[in-house]
Write a protein that binds this ligand. Sequence first.
Ligand SMILES: Cc1cc2nc3c(=O)[nH]c(=O)nc-3n(C[C@H](O)[C@H](O)[C@H](O)COP(=O)(O)OP(=O)(O)OC[C@H]3O[C@@H](n4cnc5c(N)ncnc54)[C@H](O)[C@@H]3O)c2cc1C
Length: 386
Amino acid sequence: MKTIVILGVGVAAAPLIRQTMRNVVLKDKEYNLIVVAPTTHFHWPIAMPRVIVPGQLSEDKAMIDLRPIFKEYPSDQFEFVLGAASALDPTGNTVAVSLNDGGSRTINYHTLVVATGTSSKDNMPWKAMATTEQTKQRLHELQQQIENARTIAVVGGGQTGSETAGELGFEYSKQGRKEVYFIYNDRLPLAPPLMESVRKQTKTELEKLNVKLIPNTKVTAVEHSGGDTILTLTDAEGKVTTLTTQAYVPTTGGIPNSSFVPANLLDSNGFILQTKSLQVKGHDNIFVLGDVGSLEECKAGVADAQAVHLIKALPIYLKGGVMPTYTPSNKVMVGITLGRSRATGQFGSFKLFSFLIHYAKGRFLGTDYCHLIAAGKKTLMTTYEK
Ligand SMILES: Cc1cc2nc3c(=O)[nH]c(=O)nc-3n(C[C@H](O)[C@H](O)[C@H](O)COP(=O)(O)OP(=O)(O)OC[C@H]3O[C@@H](n4cnc5c(N)ncnc54)[C@H](O)[C@@H]3O)c2cc1C
């Protein structure tokens, strides 16, 4: 038996799982597929800036139970192991797994795909946390804090921060129901390669929602006192002030889930070094997809394109063919939702109209189709089955 192991059940892994079952495993009894992940649910980060707003978008639309989907596959050729990869031996072709139920297991693989993504910093549920239960618990705690807060502070000026400030602004500060602050360490929200005009538009839209912008400022200390969180803010000139909030919402980026991978296979930031065919150099039977890989930035569009490539390339590799090269896209393609009626974005060097991004993304934040990605029937750009 040749065992294919896929680590992760995220945006990159989910379509690969189903399409590898259909293209390879179910066609040839010589193969079996083992999926390893610590989460029972597929997690759709793109919707989370709205899911955290109490009563806005049900978490069930963004967190989809995979177990009924996986039941479709025959148990002699498919297994879902609930646990986290804890050690990879690329020479011995084994991966050790810490099982959620407390035990451990070592799995031998013929071919391994690592798609373990990133985790959000500061114990936030933007990405899947250690288990689905933990993600839900933290989400509910955050929703409760937001519900009870008079003042909410969103910290971190990237896409997640800008979209979250927009959602909270639309729901609360626009009507004067709560104060929403947005703190970021630059002149404007977002960063290059996004154009100045897109960044300015983001600022203008947030101001229209009465979000209070605090630019050029870092949070240098966080202290909890009763139900309050006291943030120490330090601006570019070194001036120190404090802000008292009841809901502290950090959006400060992610950490690659690669602690189980030998250090010599990682770049200096902990991302797994990928070749141009999405393999690990010197270990052709290990493929790397999505956020955890070193080749491109952490974006669903990238995870998607890499998954689509491997869906085609894996059967070629398994038959001993020449691996096709993956071509990263060098075009900027970003849609930024700013509340429930406005948006901005960029395609190449064009700023996109608010109504276009709102129509394509802002109305549902992908929750109208992410269940199909979870089921592996579709990616962002490719549909495999109707
Ligand atoms: C709030 C937010 C909004 C976003 N919005 C956009 C957007 O609008 N457009 C865009 O292009 N991108 C967006 N992104 C980025 C996008 O979500 C990621 O690029 C995408 O999720 C990457 O997919 P992935 O499959 O590589 O990793 P992930 O989605 O992180 O999935 C990783 C999987 O691996 C599992 N896992 C983790 N550790 C282990 C382990 N040790 N063993 C086994 N399994 C493990 C996890 O449980 C999970 O199933 C957003 C991100 C966030 C946080």
